[in-house]
Design a protein around this ligand. Structure first.
Ligand SMILES: Nc1ncnc2c1ncn2[C@@H]1O[C@H](COP(=O)(O)OP(=O)(O)O)[C@@H](O)[C@H]1O
Ligand SMILES: [Mg+2]
Length: 508
């Protein structure tokens, strides 16, 4: 029996067709993945099912009956719950209060509330502490509260939008176990993802969207990862991986006991030390918000450290600004690519932005040279633009290519790449990764800060894990497993790793 059927769903935003005649059905008791690249239309389709958007055309049936879903209220009444990418919990209330908030006949007695929530948590195997305040919870815990909140409202269909994006590997395991239990209880789950291996691990059937259109729906047992990749992006293999082991060489970037304060004046980096050698990629892994932003800001000359030192090829650049860093050979792919470019200026102008002197003749800009430089870069870096194109009109992938061109074309000794593929499609992601590996092959020292653990594991020779502004340890890629890195991302220092892994085994 179908828990949900969506037929011929079309949704436009202005001239953009986000969903184009999409058919989707959910069998009761299955975990069904909605897979596709960024921008494929997954969230839009599920926002329609949850009543956050109205389709321009198409039909929705719940358990065979046509329904009109105008708002989340209608969806909840039809037994549909959604955990969105941004949580909607009240931080100052307890877990129990949040879960029962707005539920029919919510009880006021906190003890009874907590008992009810504990029972719910027990029944579905989704661990939470009912009396804890939501603001004290980790992201993974908050997500579990969101799931229980949907279940408390009697959801029989649960939609999860990229739920693993914010989780460390151990939390992903807990989530998957919970989802399996939910479907054993007769619920149905829609799991949005763009990660092939996750989908293969947890789902029964998979629906793939591409450019707003349905590519197809398949049983997991009838397909493999290359097949899914083909459905998703139109070609079989993607993924760029570092090749070959390397020999030890000279450290080009040396960071010593670096401390820095973040936005609120709180310690954001404490005693951070590492080296990156010539021809090496050092990856920095960690859950978002553990000091990565501040580290990249310090190394890009945008944040002054409070103590410690940064050296490039032996030269002290601890307090250097962006211009001086370029001078000593630091190429910077900063986290916020919009802030690194001036949207109102042309691609040609942005490409010379931090080396204007080179393009000035007798006190005025050498327009012919700027244009020639741009033509060369556009060809070399496959940028889809003309020299005159306003940078703000470029896609994320093409903006990133402008930044790569500006920074890498000068053969930097050190490359700082902060979240270089965030929000990019698969093609652009591969492109950026292979350009970074080119720098490694050329002998540059590459520091890769990335919240995407797969990316770090695919590219880095060594992996440092940052947690709460501290380096938990640095592992050689061949010794780094998802389990080890996950524990370190949760705050286990390398010295205590063996012990923590033992404890975990004992617990199971
Ligand atoms: N509220 C909106 N207004 C305008 N465009 C939107 C809106 N929501 C989504 N889009 C566009 O619709 C397309 C599909 O987006 P989305 O459904 O979020 O994709 P996915 O979840 O697969 O990454 C994208 O091009 C996106 O920019
Ligand atoms: Mg989405």
């Amino acid at each position: 029996m179908f828990a949900v059927e969506m037929q011929g769903i079309t949704k436009r935003f202005g001239s953009l067709v986000a969903n184009n005649g999409v058919n989707f059905d959910l069998i009761q008791g299955e975990i069904h993945a909605l897979l596709g690249e960024n921008g494929a239309g997954k969230t839009t389709l599920m926002r329609i099912l949850y009543g956050l958007y109205q389709a321009d055309s198409g039909e929705i049936r719940v358990k065979g009956k046509p329904v009109s879903i105008q708002s989340p209220k209608d969806a909840i009444r039809a037994g549909i719950g959604m955990v969105t990418q941004h949580f909607t919990l009240v931080p100052t209330l307890s877990v129990a209060e949040n879960i029962t908030l707005g539920a029919d006949g919510a009880l006021i007695d906190p003890v009874r509330l907590e008992k009810e929530v504990a029972a719910l948590s027990e029944r579905y195997g989704i661990p939470v502490n009912p009396s804890a305040l939501v603001r004290t919870l980790s992201v993974g815990e908050q997500q579990r509260v969101e799931i229980l909140k949907a279940l408390a409202r009697n959801a029989r269909v649960l939609i999860l939008d990229e739920p693993t994006a914010v989780l460390v590997p151990q939390e992903v395991e807990v989530l998957f176990a919970a989802l399996r239990r939910l479907v054993n209880e007769g619920l149905s789950v829609i799991f949005i993802s763009h990660k092939l291996y996750e989908v293969m691990e947890v789902c029964d059937r998979i629906t793939v969207l591409r450019d707003g259109k349905l590519t197809g729906t398949v049983n997991k047992t009838d397909i493999d990862q290359p097949g899914l990749a083909r459905m998703m992006v139109g070609r079989e293999s993607f993924g760029v991986t570092r090749q070959g082991e390397r020999e030890a060489s000279t450290p080009l970037l040396v960071v010593e006991r670096l401390c820095a304060k973040g936005k609120k004046g709180l310690a954001a980096l404490s005693d951070v030390s590492f080296n990156v050698e010539a021809g090496e990629v050092l990856g920095v892994a960690g859950v978002s918000g553990n000091g990565q932003t501040e580290l990249s800001q310090v190394l890009c000359g945008m944040l002054k450290p409070t103590s410690g030192a940064v050296k490039v090829a032996g030269q002290d650049v601890t307090h250097a600004g962006p211009a001086e860093l370029s001078e000593v050979g630091v190429g910077r792919i900063a986290e916020d690519r919009h802030a690194s470019l001036v949207g109102e200026l042309s691609v040609a102008e942005n490409l010379v932005l931090d080396q204007i002197e080179r393009f000035t003749r007798g006190g005025s800009l050498d327009q012919a040279a700027i244009r020639k430089n741009a033509e060369q870069m556009i060809a070399d870096y496959q940028i889809k633009a003309t020299p005159e194109t306003h940078t703000r009109t470029l896609s994320g992938g093409n903006m990133q290519k402008v930044l790569l061109a500006r920074n890498l074309s000068r053969n930097p000794r050190v490359v700082i790449a902060a979240e270089p593929t965030r929000g990019l499609d698969v093609g652009a992601t591969d492109y950026v990764r292979s350009r970074l590996l080119e720098q490694r092959a050329r002998g540059a020292a590459v520091l890769l800060l990335s919240e995407d653990l797969d990316e770090v594991m695919a590219l880095a020779d060594r992996i440092a894990v940052i947690y709460d502004g501290r380096i938990m340890g640095i592992l050689n890629n061949k010794d780094a497993t998802v389990e080890k890195l996950g524990l370190m991302m949760l705050g286990t220092p390398l010295e205590r790793l063996a012990e923590a892994m033992e404890e975990k085994r004992d617990a199971i």
